[in-house]
Design a protein around this ligand. Structure first.
Ligand SMILES: *Cc1c(COP(=O)(O)O)cnc(C)c1O
Length: 458
């Protein structure tokens, strides 16, 4: 490529003006928010990298689909379009619509997990684990060790450690493991992919013991792209073919429409087992809605059906992953410490190394996120000590990684926006000793990261 970046494979038809704030306005906003980026008003944010969940930009074809909404209570034509899209692209026979990913996780956990069961997974995800525990299960992490090391390079850092998986089977017995949950890609490890070879082996072991394989397919298209890029034998396969093969090593999947399916709300649960499907439909009417809408409007199902097909376009997904990579490489070139290798949906800045003059007790990641906003109006998120909370003795938990997450919404920002983000963070890095630590001004008892307020330590 003659240029440094892969130009956008789309043109812009509608624009949403964003507010350009002054230094004084940002100072007032961050003080008012108590140095917590969750408490900033969206209208005061210039570039919003808080999350890639539900922040996708839809295409003209998807927006046109909204006008085709068949808002019937039962048997909406949009439902059949969605069902067909999932069957064709994922290869599962039965589909249960849900309002978002956690709705699917709830139903899956309730129908498959019994009190005392164990659910292995390649690193935990907050809502997934919560639903497993709520259903009486215990989560066990079986991801490879390298996934927990921010500097370890591995092309498929999300892989299941087959020995850890086998050890758990030997320890508790296969009858206490209803399924293994395999996330593709692994969000909490930084958007790291799982290889096809690993999926094949996980399926082999699981089949041997009668354990089902259930995917957390939230970012499965990004995972398929990494397989095409990195795994031998897949360079000439299409993203659609790779996704279909990945899913063929599972018995079902939960999906958040807010991520790879390119919509703002929605989700589904899919599976091959008819008896399980029957049980899922019994619960979906209680928690979500009729099995032909599951908490979604007809128009939303249409947009997701169309988004699923669009997400498999090679030019779309390569642009997405490469845009994230561009930001990461630019930060690295500026000396900023980040989690490696660069994943599919986000860059994680290593705040502990960035602000090495601040002790963990002064929440370096929280301080960095607040100062990025202060500097440039870019909103990011703390993923470190504040997010981890306190243990049962009331002490701060210090997780291995103290990071600031820069999550890139799909099709929303340009490379010029990525430059603004990188320039701001590199500028802060060059003046990092001026950044002050924080202490709590208000600390809520649970999920403190959402609503806590802080003050600067002078
Ligand atoms: C977002 C997410 C979920 C939950 O989906 P929601 O639509 O937010 O309920 C589950 N797993 C992973 C890996 C996610 O990133």
């Amino acid at each position: 490529m003659s240029r440094e970046f892969q130009a956008e494979p789309f043109r812009i038809k509608t624009v949403e003006p964003i507010k350009m704030t002054t230094k004084e306005e940002r100072e007032e906003a961050i003080q008012k928010a108590g140095f917590n980026t969750f408490l900033l008003d969206s209208k005061d944010v210039y570039i919003d990298l808080l999350t890639d969940s539900g922040t996708n930009a839809m295409s003209d074809y998807q927006w046109a689909g909204l006008m085709m909404g068949d808002e019937a209570y039962a048997g909406s034509k949009n439902w059949y379009n969605l069902e067909k899209a999932v069957q064709e692209c994922f290869g599962f026979e039965y589909v249960v619509p849900t309002h978002q990913g956690r709705g699917a996780e709830n139903i899956l956990s309730q129908i498959m997990i019994k009190e005392g069961d164990y659910i292995p997974g390649n690193m935990y995800f907050t809502t997934t684990k919560a639903h497993q525990e709520f259903a009486g299960g215990t989560f066990r992490d079986v991801i490879i060790d390298k996934a927990h090391d921010s500097q370890a390079e591995h092309p498929f850092k999300g892989n299941v450690d087959l020995e850890k998986y086998q050890a758990l089977i030997d320890e508790v017995g296969p009858e206490r493991i209803p399924y293994i949950c395999v996330a593709v890609t692994v969000n909490m490890a930084g958007g790291q992919p799982v290889s096809m070879e690993n999926l094949r082996k996980v399926k082999e072991i699981s089949d041997k013991y009668g354990i089902k394989v259930m995917f957390d397919a939230t970012r499965c298209v990004e995972n398929a792209y990494f397989i095409k890029e990195r795994e031998e034998g897949y360079q000439d396969k299409s993203i659609a073919e790779i996704l279909k093969e990945m899913m063929s090593y599972g018995d079902g999947a939960t999906m958040s429409g807010k991520k790879d399916p390119l919509v703002n709300i929605g989700g589904f649960l899919a599976m091959n087992d008819e008896e399980l499907y029957q049980r899922a439909t019994q619960l979906v009417v209680v928690y979500e809605g009729m099995p032909t809408y599951g908490g979604m409007a007809g128009r939303d199902m249409e947009a997701m059906a169309r988004g699923i097909y669009e997400s498999l376009d090679y030019h779309y997904i390569s642009h997405r992953v490469n845009q994230v990579r561009y930001l990461g490489e630019k930060l690295e070139a500026g000396g900023v410490p980040i989690v490696k290798p660069i994943g599919g949906h986000a860059i994680f800045v290593d705040a502990e190394r960035f602000l090495s003059h601040l002790p963990r007790e002064e929440f370096p990641a929280q301080a960095l996120a607040a100062n990025i906003y202060r500097d440039s109006g870019v909103r990011t998120m703390e993923r470190g000590t504040v997010s981890a909370g306190r243990d049962k003795d009331g002490n701060n938990i210090f997780p291995k990684l103290e990071t600031v997450r820069l999550t890139i919404p799909r099709r929303v920002y340009t490379y010029a926006h990525m430059d603004v983000v990188a320039d701001s963070i590199i500028n802060l890095y060059e003046n990092r000793e001026k950044i002050k630590g924080l202490r709590f001004a208000y600390e809520p008892p649970v999920l403190r990261f959402f609503t806590a307020k802080f003050e600067e330590i002078k």
